[in-house]
Design a protein around this ligand. Structure first.
Ligand code: DAH
Length: 342
């Protein structure tokens, strides 16, 4: 056992002393110590000379030198890989991490909170495809071809004839739900949407929306208002004020947009709310009877409300973020600020 210990020590010294300076010496190291005829393998052959009662101790000893040899190989292989990727060689790729804890993306934090709030009042979460056909993104929503309202949303076409698009809004998921389920339907539908917009602090070619839909007997505009009021007070706190403005969407009648009191200046007026004290956060309305009919739901029997809001917008207001591009640039200085946020 003592002689084995000495051999292990001698081998450990050799391993530590072996200078790896380039790819060739790395390979030489691997063959000499860890190859199929390497010295680490050799020394394991000594096991058979060890008496049974010492085998456990000897095994641990031999394993320790094997691990030493392998770790050195791994360490330099990582360096080699880093160098071959032509990554700035000043960086020590073997340095231990700085212990920073990963953080969730702010859109994910807010998305989860939205799901939770609506979950508490009985809304389930539904999702559907991002590449949509013309029917689900437009026609079923009362936006027939040549309807001027199609211009409200600049569309990315994936295919022409049959038209396939990157969905311009999550309203397409409403249609899929109504086609697939019988009322009552009470769901929210979060997801990514795409529009052919020039990227700036206030616009992006992709962003996220959450759609809401409630279809049942005798659903009224009062239900819509109360549901949305519940949502914003849960999300922003009791002090938030809301107002509804009449608006137009082809898929709802009547339609409205909802504003909330500006969360940055608390309604006093600032650049975010353009000095008005109000910020628009969503569009909504009573589902148009024609849309119900398009999805085989009888508008004489059922009514419902729908709404759609931008998740980035809500996140910007909640966390006082002033540039949409920050959400998709993955800058650690931005993302890491949300560690522990909720
Ligand atoms: N789809 C609209 C948009 O992308 C938002 C919207 C407005 C959704 C009214 C709705 C709604 O469900 O009823 O701007």
């Amino acid at each position: 056992m003592d002689s084995l210990r000495q051999k292990v020590e001698a081998l450990s010294l050799q391993i530590n002393d072996f200078a790896i300076t380039d790819a060739a010496s790395l390979e030489q190291y691997r063959i000499q110590f860890l190859g199929s005829k390497g010295t680490v393998k050799d020394i394991f052959a000594e096991m058979k000379n060890v008496p049974n009662e010492q085998k456990k101790e000897a095994g641990q000893l031999l394993n320790s030198v094997k691990i030493l040899a392998e770790e050195k190989l791994q360490h330099y292989s990582n360096l080699k890989e880093a160098a071959s990727l032509k990554i700035d060689s000043d960086i020590d790729w073997s340095a231990p991490t700085n212990g920073r804890i990963a953080s969730r993306h702010p859109l994910q934090i807010v998305g989860q909170e939205i799901n939770n709030i609506f979950g508490r009042i009985g809304f389930s979460v539904a999702e559907a495809r991002e590449i949509e056909d013309d029917w689900h993104n437009f026609s079923a929503l009362n936006l027939p071809e040549d309807h001027p309202a199609r211009d409200m949303q600049d569309t990315f076409f994936v295919n022409k004839n049959p038209d396939m698009v990157l969905r311009t809004h999550t309203s397409s998921v409403q249609v899929r739900l109504m086609e697939a389920q019988k009322p009552p339907i009470r769901s929210i539908m979060p997801g990514r949407v795409y529009r052919n917009e020039t990227i700036s602090a206030r616009a992006h070619c992709f962003f996220h929306q959450v759609e809401g839909l409630y279809i049942d007997k005798k659903v009224s505009f009062a239900d819509l208002k109360q549901t949305l009021y519940y949502f914003v007070t849960q999300f922003f706190g009791e002090g938030v004020q809301v107002r509804f403005r009449p608006s137009y969407f082809p898929f709802t009648e009547p339609s409205a947009e909802m504003d909330i009191s500006c969360q940055l200046c608390k309604g006093k007026g600032c650049s975010v709310c353009k000095q008005s004290g109000w910020v628009e956060i969503l569009g909504c309305g009573m589902v148009h009877p024609q849309v119900l009919r398009n999805c085989n739901i009888d508008p004489e029997e059922y009514s419902g409300f729908a709404f759609g809001m931008g998740i980035e917008r809500l996140t910007m207001l909640k966390f006082q973020i002033n540039d949409l591009r920050l959400f998709s640039e993955n800058d650690q200085r931005f993302v890491s600020q949300f560690a522990g946020a909720r």
